[in-house]
Design a protein around this ligand. Structure first.
Ligand code: NAP
Ligand code: G4F
Length: 330
């Protein structure tokens, strides 16, 4: 039975990846931080077979202990402070977790693996945010990185350090350069979930309006369930490498609003959406669109969920959730 250690187990991707690995027969270990993490109950409910280990990406001894307990064949480093806007307000902690945390995980993995350094396969959650002020359209593995936020700078550090450990020590260390991926499990602070929640609530008269920042930004949005499949496929390759994972289709926040409000039967969302200046970022990433042809050729990976299907799935999940809450109250 192969063994995997996942950091970021309480996050969107951690949950989908652990479901995938458990279904494939893996023994799955998840790193969980804090002395009383409120999301532990969510993990225990959705994936009760995952074995949780206490640890923090900023605490190398805790990671070394976690490696000893999990004895993994594969390590998926998904843990990060991942909210871009937050990273301007908290740049030091973002650097420590999202940047230095990668160094800690690479060191914990390298020292655990010992002489047979490539025996443990390592996945680093790199991000399309690294392309930032995009220097090529569409973006691919070789596109020059131009990060635009403290988060993205930390991700660039982790990305190059993972490549460096591959080249310096011969580690089987792979970077997945993933474009935005969403789901009903997406954190409520991200724009897709925020819009889908609001559309559902407004349609039921539970909310009056929705404050948003830049409506012109464009993202290449895919479904998280598809993207964790790509992560796993990357680590099954004989050689480590870098892969862009994307749909190759880009949409604006306006498009997102169109589909989400249409899903609840509201044709014109403009009366409900107001400008919220606090959501404007000091530096914006205007337009992302990925070229995943390498992943398609080498990994045989293609996305299965369109943008419209994704947004409709997320709105439907919000409506279901609200129906359950209402039935409990009544
Ligand atoms: P997420 O939902 O924000 O999850 C982040 C995870 O990191 C949470 O489990 C969080 O745990 C954990 N974490 C935060 N600080 C930590 C620390 N100090 N020590 C240990 N764990 C810590 O993110 P996601 O959407 O699943 O994304 C997974 C990874 O992919 C992240 O690295 C993200 O930056 C990257 N990525 C995401 C996307 C995307 O569109 N989703 C695209 C490209 C790359 P708590 O619950 O305790 O906070
Ligand atoms: O949903 P977002 O916060 O995601 P963002 O910044 O693209 O980052 C996500 O994807 C990255 C991959 O490229 C990951 F690495 C990262 O960890 C994270 O998962 O914002 C998307 C766009 C931005 O242009 C933002 O300015 O939506 C715009 N936006 C407009 N109004 C808003 C809002 N974003 C948020 N979160 N909230 C708003 O009210």
């Amino acid at each position: 039975m192969p063994r995997a250690l996942i950091t970021g187990i309480t996050g969107q991707d951690g949950l989908y990846l652990s479901e995938l690995l458990l279904a494939k027969g893996y023994e799955v270990y998840g790193l969980i931080r804090g002395q009383n993490n409120p999301k532990q109950a969510v993990v225990e409910r959705i994936v009760p077979d995952v074995q949780l280990i206490s640890g923090d990406l900023t605490d190398l001894p805790s990671l070394q202990r976690a490696m000893g307990e999990a004895r993994p064949d594969e390590v998926y480093n998904l843990g990060a402070i991942s909210y871009v806007a937050y990273s301007w307000d908290n740049p030091a902690v973002t650097t420590q977790v999202t940047g230095q945390g990668v160094l800690n995980m690479l060191e914990a993995t390298r020292t655990y693996a010992g002489d047979d350094v490539s025996s443990v396969r390592f996945y680093q959650a790199s991000s399309s945010e690294m392309f930032g002020k995009a220097q090529e359209v569409p973006q691919r593995e070789t596109t020059l990185l131009w990060p635009r936020s403290p988060y993205a700078v930390a991700k660039v550090f982790g990305h190059y350090l993972t490549i460096n450990y591959r080249e310096s020590y011969g580690m089987h260390a792979t970077c997945g350069m993933l474009f935005n991926h969403e789901s009903p499990r997406r954190g409520a602070e991200f724009v897709t979930r925020k819009v889908c929640m609001a559309a559902a609530r407004i349609s039921l008269g539970l909310q009056d309006s929705l404050g948003l920042g830049n409506l012109e930004a464009r993202r290449d949005w895919g479904f998280a369930g598809d993207y964790v499949e790509a992560m796993w496929r990357m680590l099954q390759q004989p050689q480590p490498d870098n892969y862009v994972i994307a749909t190759g289709v880009t949409h604006s926040i306006r498009d997102l609003l169109d589909v989400a409000f249409d899903a609840v039967g509201i044709e014109d969302w403009t009366p409900y959406v107001r400008h919220d200046e606090s959501q404007i970022r000091p530096a914006e990433v205007d337009h992302l669109i990925g070229d995943a042809s390498k992943a398609q050729e080498v990994l045989g990976w293609t996305p299965t969920v369109t943008f419209e299907e994704l947004v409709q799935m997320m709105v439907a999940a919000e409506l279901d959730e609200l129906a359950v809450t209402r039935s409990l109250v009544e």
